[in-house]
Design a protein around this ligand. Structure first.
Ligand code: TXA
Ligand code: MG
Length: 293
């Protein structure tokens, strides 16, 4: 289906992706249409492994290979200077391309079988909660996609970390499944949170947002109190929180979606501590709670 220009949703360890042949302009356009994503927002090219980096990127710094060696396949996306193979549609007409090799066994099988690069933005409608199960993709995009490959629930549950390696010192453009501690450890130097001039939809104020209003609190006692108050006002309230950060990440998008399915008016979320994976979770939750335009 990918070879014929089809759009195939498939599992990755982070979230489900909406896949198409990265070198087929028409197929990539359909991905944007299906998601409702504005043209100009770049997409990640997924590869089976690091051996394909130089088809898509030039002037690749050593640090890119070091990070790929350590974290690929896995939840890390590298932004590098692009080759001509990466079209304006894929890159948002920037001079860079984002590359990632996902580790999910089915994603690996699909990428190896296909052979080329596969664009795969998260398989949800633009601005809404990412899909971590095949059912989420079907609920959001249904018949618009040619095929949904069901690989079960995503094991990490939050998107990849995006690191810019094209503009000097490595900078994190989006926190994600690989923590800044792990990155700093691999590089032997602190990796800064980037101030990106690049269009990153995941960095729009309101993104990853459910229909219900989202209230963020710092601990469970406050969360329970707020949930009680809101219920007394007659609202249907969901309370989300976990002391275990990996489980928090794995279940977050399903929990937000479940609250919407159950008709919640408000979702009270007890934030994880601001360290490790908690940094990426707090980033997504801040956007989920941001007022929608
Ligand atoms: O975990 C993930 O990364 C998932 C799975 C499916 O691999 N994909 C994902 O794709 O989250 P998407 O399109 O929802 O988010 C990709 C992010 C966007 O924020 C986009 O702006 C950014 O990557 N991006 C893509 N190309 C870029 C580039 N050349 N420079 C900077 N950011 C880029
Ligand atoms: Mg997304």
């Amino acid at each position: 289906m990918l070879r014929e220009g089809g759009v195939v949703a498939f599992p990755t360890e982070t979230v489900y992706g909406l896949g198409a042949d990265a070198e087929n302009e028409k197929a990539v356009r359909r991905v944007f249409e299906i998601k409702g994503r504005p043209i100009g927002h770049p997409v990640i090219v997924h590869l089976a492994d690091a051996s394909q980096i130089e088809l898509w990127a030039r002037d690749v710094p050593d640090v890119a290979y070091a990070l790929a060696e350590r974290f690929w396949p896995g939840p890390l996306t590298l932004v590098l200077a692009r080759t001509k193979r990466a079209s304006d549609l894929v890159t948002g007409a920037q001079d860079t391309v984002a590359l990632r090799a996902p580790s999910h066994p089915l994603a690996q099988e699909i990428l190896r079988g296909f052979g080329g690069g596969v664009v795969a933005p998260s398989a949800n409608r633009f601005g809404s909660v990412s899909a971590t199960r095949a059912e989420h993709v079907v609920a959001d995009l249904g018949d618009a996609v040619d095929l949904v490959v069901d690989g079960g629930p995503a094991t990490i549950g939050i998107e990849s970390t995006i690191v810019d390696l094209a503009h000097g010192a490595p900078a994190i453009l989006r926190p994600g499944g690989v923590t800044s501690e792990e990155l700093s450890d691999a590089l032997g130097a602190h990796v800064a949170e980037g101030t990106s001039t690049v269009r990153v939809p995941g960095s729009l104020p309101s993104h990853y947002a459910p229909r219900a209003r989202v209230e963020l609190v710092e601990n469970m006692t406050v969360g329970e109190g707020l949930a009680k108050t809101l219920r007394e006002q007659g609202l249907r309230v969901s309370l989300i929180g976990s002391n275990e950060v990996n489980a928090f990440a794995r279940d977050l998008y399903e929990n937000l979606r479940a609250a919407d399915r159950e008709g919640a008016d408000a979702i009270v979320v007890v934030l994880p501590a601001n360290a490790g994976l908690g940094i990426a979770l707090r980033d997504r939750l801040r956007r989920a709670a941001s007022p929608k335009r």
